[in-house]
Design a protein around this ligand. Sequence first.
Ligand code: LMR
Length: 332
Amino acid sequence: MKKDIKLIAATVVAMGLLASPIASAKEIVIKFSHVTTEATPKGKGAMLFKKLVDERLGGKVRVEVFPSSQLYTDKAVLKALLLNDVQLAAPSLSKFSKYTKQWALFDLPFLFKNPQALNCFTDSAKGQALLGAAERKGIKGLGYWLNGMKQISANHALINPEDAKGLKFRIMSSDVLKAQFEAVNANPQKMAFSEVYNALATGVIDGQENTWSNIRSKKFFEVQKDTTISNHGVLEYALVTNKRFWNNLPTDIRMQLDQIVKEVTVQVTQFALDAAVKDMQTVADSGKTNIHTLTDSQKEQWVSAMKPVWAQFEDQVGKDNIAAVQQCNAKN
Ligand code: LMR
C-alpha cells in the first residue's frame, strides 16, 4: 500500500513537471474576423498582420483571418470579441455606439477635410486618448485603421441636397449618420454591410454612402446609376481586441504584437490612400455608374444642410475633440 502511494505521488509529480512546460508552450490562437474582402485596405492589413506574426512569432502565436463576414457581422463580432470567441476585429468606428458614444465624432458630416487631417487627429494626443474610449466595456483599441472618404450614390444624380429627399439610404448603425440623412429629408435605414448589395439590387433601399474601396469591392456601383464625389464623411476603423485577453498575454509576446500592429497600421494607411485612387478609377472605367463632381456652391449646399447635425452631438463627442480636428484641417 505504502509502495502504491509512493508510486502515485511520484507519477503525479512527474506529470506536473511534464505538464507545465507543455502548457506554457501552447500556441496562442488569434482569430481575426472582419467584413470586407481580402483585396481592401482592411483585408490586406489583416493578412499582413498574420504574415508578420507567422514570421516573428511562428509556433508561439497563430493568426486565423476570416474576411467577408464569413464568421460574423460587425454587430455580432463585438459580442463575440467580449466572449473571447474572436480576439481581433476592425469594425468602422460608426458601429460602436453600444460601447462608447464618443467615437460618434468620426461620423459628423463634413468634419474631416481629407484623410491627412483624419490621420493628423488620430495620431494626436487627443486622438490617442480617444482610442481608449471603449475600454470600460472590455474593448481595447489597438489602433486606428484608415479606409477613406465616403461618397454617396443612388439611381439618380445627387447634385443638390433636395435630390436626396424621400430616398431610402442604407447607413451603418450610427445615430449621427441617421441624423445626417434626416437633415436632407431622406430615410436612413441601418443595415449590415453584407446585405447592402442585394438591398440595392432589389430596390429595398435607393442609395448608400461608402468609400471607393467598398463601392468597388462590393460592386455597389453596378446597381447604382449615379455616384457623387461628395467626400462628406470618413470611414475609419478601430482595430480592437478583448482587453482581458490582450492584457493576459505574456509580456514579451504582447510587446511584439503591439509592435506588429504599429507597423501594419502604417501600411494600412498606404493601402487606403492607394485604394481611394485606384478604386475610383476602376469604378469610373466600368461605365456602370455616372460619376458627378460637385461645384463649390453645390457642395456648400450639402454642408449647410448637414452640418447643423453637429450641434446635436457635440456634448457627446466633445467640443475639444471637434476643435482638435479643425486644427488638423487647418494644417492639411
Ligand atoms: C460598412 O458597413 O459600410 C463598412 O463599415 C464596412 C467596412 O468594414 O468597411
